[in-house]
Structure formats: structure tokens, C-alpha cells
Design a protein around this ligand. Structure first.
Ligand SMILES: [Zn+2]
Length: 476
């Protein structure tokens, strides 16, 4: 597999530290609200990376954190007059409501910052001992001038950062900082703020140190892949590298993967322009499965544009796959192979399409997780299978079944579950009963009765179609 590494700005062969095993860390949500489409993109992207590596036989250990101590959480807790735990607990639960339905597997480790304080304090102590950190009145800071490689990931020059990189450097507090780019490791306690004990005074961790400490605790000093949105490259990931490397003396991650932004109607999504969509709002109109499919329909390093038109297009595309799967299940279980003479050659052609689709899918995913081309490969198979399952198709029931299973398998690698148990697309038992009664009426040549039942089925939102293999039901 090739992975585009932000460090080298090039696609590199992926070689894990330990053969057959992969460690991945992805920065998780700050839990003070529901998450929006921009947050969902990295969650879905790195979940898909994990699923794909597992599909290829790797044993993956995947860690994604919850930032459960932060200014915004404290602010919300104060507004509601509750403790920060109430807020973070609530939004961790809400995170799972959306994440589970988006098909995001639970990570191997899901540490919370407040459960990692001991490791955070120990890493900061280490940085102090080694001379990379210093103590000011309001907190402890990392001295970026002590780390020569600072700026390597973001490809900014240290001199520029030291001279004051203007807008690129976030303004933390820190009166008396040695360099403009120095960042906070530990915020000393202010009134009405939660605090934890530390040798240099009680307080709470900065955001960057939390990820460094969690990676070390759960995955070790050096991991294979670190992921996140491209907005995290600087300063967050640059700071993670500085902290971890200066404390352990080893590189933090071998491959750095960053997904591009989500735009809304071709504009950058932002709170101020009012085009800011929570997943919870979008699912009023589109299903979770469509949202995941939409996110994966573009390559993760390209910006994706969110618009009603494109979501409607994603809905149609996904429905084409779902309909094909339903059709293959139906035809496959009704087709009798003995009727046809050309069954062998047509089955062979379909088997070939199955093998080729899998190859094309793997080639696409091996090419820096190109999910867009992987979906194209699935559609190649959908077309071949649809034609094999059509009235004129003569492929055997078993080859139709193989095509069906491959479509389900490849969609499954992308986290798109096509097993027909989803209540929104499945056909309820009461409808199946009506379909049966209608068939009964037709057999008894009671056509008026059969038509009446068809109208009843239609009134309940389903369409029944007579095919050579028997009646077929779909949602209207
Ligand atoms: Zn992080």
C-alpha cells in the first residue's frame, strides 16, 4: 500500500514497524457539542483506513481520544451550572449515537484526557528536566527554539515561527513567553476551573500534550500512522511531535495522514457564515449511510463539497447498489440453472467481473486509500451483475450469489453495511404477507382481488412487480 505522508510530501510505500501489525492514532472530538460534517470526515476516513488494513490481514490497534477538558467544555458547564463531567459524559454518549450509525467502529482505545493526567504530568516533568519546557506564572510552556526540527511537518521554517508567524501562530495566554511560537503544556488553576495536582502547581493540561501522552501510554513511543484533519497539521501535530520526540528521543509517527476540508456550497464551512451542519441535523434529510457514502465518494485529500444536489446524487448512487443487491438476492434464489444453454459462459464472465472488481478495489485502496476509485470498482461489478441478473441474463444462481457477496464484502470494507436488515430499506413482514395473498388471488384467477391487494401494498409505500421469477417488492 502507498500512503501520502505529509512529512515527506510524497506517496511512500507503507511498511509497518512490526510486520503484520499496525498502530494508528487519530485525534478525536472535544466533547462539548454534537459533531458536524467537518468532524465526521476524519472519523470516517481513519475508520475506513483501519477497516481496510484489517481486511488486508493486519492486526490494527487504533486509538482515538476524547478531549474532555477544554475552555469550551468549562464554559458550557458554567452556563448550565453543572460540572464538566456532566457535559463531557453527555456529548461522549451523543458522539456514539452518531458514530455508531455512521458505521464507525469503536477504537481499540478511547482514552479521555482527564484519565491520562498522570502520564501527562510525567511527560511534562520529563520535558522540564531535559530543558525543553519552562515555568511561567500562568502555566508551563514548551520552548520551540530548543527543538531544531520544529516546523518539519508543516514545512514552516523555524526562523519564521520564532520571528512571529503572524496569523499562523495561535495566541495562547503566556505573558513572558520566550518565543512567539512557544505553546502551553499545563495551564495553572484559575478561579472556577477544574484542576489536578502537579509538582509545579495544580491546573489542567494543554490540548497538545494530551495526545502525546495518550499515544505513549496506549501505543508506545513511535506509531505507524498518525491521522487528523489538515487543520491540525499546525500547530497541533507539530506540537505533538515536538513534545513526544523531545521527551522520548524517538520519532512520534512514521506516516502522517491528513484529510482535506469539507466545503458547503463551495464555501468553507464555518459557524460565522451560518453554513455549519451537525450530523444530527443532516440525518433529518439523509440517512447516516448516505452521509458515510458521500464522504467516501471523494478522495480524502481532496476537499469535498456539501450540497443538497450532491447528497441527493449520493443517495441515488447508494440506492443503485442497494437495489442491485436486493435484485441479486431475489433472482439468485429463484433462478433455475437448467433452463439455459449458455449458463457456463455467462457464469464465467460474471465470475471474471467479480475477480476484476476486487482487484480494482484493492488497487484503488492501496493507492493512498482512494475510496473514490474503490467505489467505481464496486459499480463495475454492480453493472455486470445487474445485466447477469436481468431477464436476458443466463448466469448461474451460484455466480449471482458470488457477485452479491462480493458487492456486500467490498461495501463492508468501506463501512457501508448492505445486509438487508436496515429497517429503512427492508420489506416488513406485513407487506410480504400481502404479496403472498396477492399471488394466491392471481392463482385463483381472482384478478380484481389481486389488484385490490396491489393497491393496498402501494398505499403502504411499496411497489410489487411481476418478474419471470415471481413477484418482487421494493420500497416506493
Ligand atoms: Zn491530537
Amino acid at each position: 500500500m502507498k500512503i501520502y505522508n505529509t512529512l515527506s510530501k510524497s506517496k511512500e510505500d507503507f511498511v509497518p514497524i512490526e510486520p503484520g501489525k499496525v498502530t494508528i492514532y487519530a485525534c478525536g472530538p472535544t466533547v462539548y457539542n454534537y459533531f458536524h460534517l467537518g468532524n465526521a470526515r476524519p472519523f470516517v476516513t481513519f475508520d475506513t483506513l483501519r477497516r481496510y488494513l484489517e481486511y488486508r490481514g493486519y492486526e490494527v490497534r487504533f486509538c482515538q481520544n476524547f478531549t474532555d477538558i477544554d475552555d469550551k467544555i468549562i464554559q458550557k458547564a458554567n452556563q448550565e451550572g453543572v460540572s464538566i463531567d456532566v457535559i463531557s459524559e453527555r456529548y461522549i454518549n451523543e458522539y456514539y449515537v452518531d458514530a455508531d450509525q455512521l458505521g464507525i467502529l469503536r477504537p481499540t482505545y478511547q482514552p479521555r484526557a482527564t484519565e491520562t493526567i498522570e502520564e501527562i504530568v510525567s511527560m511534562i516533568s520529563d520535558l522540564l528536566d531535559k530543558g525543553f519546557a519552562y515555568d511561567l506564572e500562568d502555566g508551563l510552556y514548551f520552548d520551540v527554539s530548543k527543538y531544531d526540527e520544529y516546523g518539519r511537518l508543516s514545512h514552516f521554517r523555524l526562523e519564521d515561527l520564532l520571528a512571529g508567524a503572524g496569523e499562523r501562530v495561535s495566541a495562547e495566554d503566556g505573558l513572558g513567553k520566550r518565543n512567539h511560537g512557544d505553546f502551553v503544556l499545563w495551564k495553572k488553576k484559575k478561579d472556577n476551573e477544574p484542576a489536578w495536582p502537579a509538582p509545579w502547581g495544580e491546573g489542567r493540561p494543554g490540548w497538545h500534550i494530551e495526545c502525546s501522552a495518550m499515544i505513549k501510554k496506549h501505543l508506545g513511543d513511535t506509531i505507524d500512522i498518525h491521522g487528523g484533519g489538515q487543520d491540525l497539521i499546525f500547530p497541533h501535530h507539530e506540537n505533538e511531535i515536538a513534545q513526544s520526540t523531545c521527551s522520548s528521543g524517538k520519532p512520534l509517527a512514521r506516516y502522517w495522514m491528513h484529510n482535506a476540508f469539507v466545503n458547503v456550497d463551495n464555501e468553507k464551512m464555518s459557524k460565522s457564515s451560518g453554513n455549519f451542519f451537525m450530523i444530527r441535523d443532516i440525518v433529518q434529510k439523509y440517512s447516516y449511510r448516505v452521509i458515510r457514502f458521500f464522504i467516501l465518494s471523494g478522495h480524502y485529500r481532496m476537499p469535498i463539497n456539501f450540497s443538497d444536489e450532491l447528497l441527493a446524487a449520493a443517495t441515488n448512487s447508494l440506492n443503485r447498489i442497494i437495489e442491485s443487491v436486493r435484485n441479486l438476492e431475489f433472482v439468485g434464489s429463484h433462478r433455475s440453472d437448467s433452463r439455459f444453454e449458455d449458463v457456463d459462459s455467462e457464469s464465467e464472465a460474471l465470475e471474471k467481473a467479480v475477480t476484476e472488481a476486487k482487484e480494482a478495489f484493492i488497487n484503488a485502496m492501496d493507492d493512498d486509500l482512494n475510496t473514490a476509485d474503490a467505489i467505481t470498482a464496486i459499480f463495475m461489478l454492480v453493472r455486470a451483475a445487474n445485466s447477469a441478473a436481468s431477464q436476458n441474463g443466463k448466469a448461474s444462481a451460484i455466480s449471482l450469489k458470488n457477485a452479491l457477496n462480493m458487492i456486500i464484502e467490498l461495501c463492508g470494507v468501506l463501512g457501508i453495511n448492505l445486509t438487508i436488515d436496515a429497517e429503512d430499506e427492508g420489506v416488513p413482514a406485513e407487506i410480504m404477507l400481502l404479496v403472498e395473498q396477492r399471488a394466491e388471488a392471481k392463482r385463483a384467477k381472482n384478478f380484481a382481488g389481486a389488484d385490490a391487494i396491489r393497491d393496498q401494498i402501494s398505499a403502504l409505500g411499496f411497489v410489487v412487480k411481476d418478474t419471470p421469477s415471481g413477484p418482487q417488492v421494493t420500497k416506493q
